[in-house]
Design a protein around this ligand. Structure first.
Ligand SMILES: N[C@@H](CCC(=O)N[C@@H](CS)C(=O)NCC(=O)O)C(=O)O
Length: 187
């Protein structure tokens, strides 16, 4: 999702190949044996198979929204915490049966502590890192959406007014609605 937002946000012309994770095309596994999406194949054959790297590549070509303008250390620290600590808690909250040897009962509450920090940042600055949307907002938003959608009623009942509003705004943005358009499975 965030790779697509990076590509569309930077207006990079590209062919979108939708795949089914349970039936990965041989070509996909050939170019990226780790078997995760997204994968970007550049015209010169170079492969980028991490979503954040795809975003960064796209913004290097055309950062028209100035998503890289801001405090780099702050933006990338936020993304790092999201991609490690928050993602681990989200997975344990959303799919506890995948972790039979772990006690996942506190995952949601631990994750919410991070969300309180994000809420406070938005309250003070308007966006996650500073006043304007940056790569931090775009890179983190899909994870907050996923977290919220595990139990929407619970999420929207929490005292996270700025984060809830931020999420609603991103969900109705042209960028998000554009990248959510359905694609045929590629073959
Ligand atoms: N760190 C990777 C993670 C990508 C990832 O885990 N993608 C999931 C789908 S959202 C996937 O491809 N899973 C492989 C599978 O379920 O077989 C990135 O952000 O690019």
């Amino acid at each position: 999702m965030r790779a697509r937002m990076g590509l569309v946000g930077a207006k990079i012309r590209h062919e979108h190949r939708e795949i089914t994770l349970s039936d990965k095309p041989a070509h996909m596994l050939e170019i990226s044996p780790k078997g995760t999406v997204p994968i970007l194949i550049l015209p010169n054959g170079h492969i980028i198979d991490e979503s954040l790297d795809i975003m960064l590549w796209a913004l290097e070509q055309n950062d028209q929204h100035r998503w890289l303008n801001g405090m780099r250390i702050d933006m990338f620290n936020l993304i790092e915490r999201n991609d490690t600590t928050f993602k681990a808690l989200l997975d344990r909250y959303k799919y506890p049966n995948r972790y039979p040897d772990e006690d996942c009962t506190n995952a949601r509450d631990d994750a919410v502590r991070i969300l309180f920090d994000l809420d406070q940042r938005i309250k003070v600055n308007n966006a996650l890192s500073g006043e304007k949307t940056t790569i931090a907002d775009i890179a983190i938003f899909p994870f907050i959406r996923q977290f919220a959608h595990v139990d929407r009623d619970w999420f929207y009942a929490q005292k996270l007014p700025s984060l809830q509003n931020w999420l609603r705004e991103h969900l109705k943005s042209t960028l998000f609605t554009t990248i959510m358009k359905k694609h045929e499975i590629w073959s």
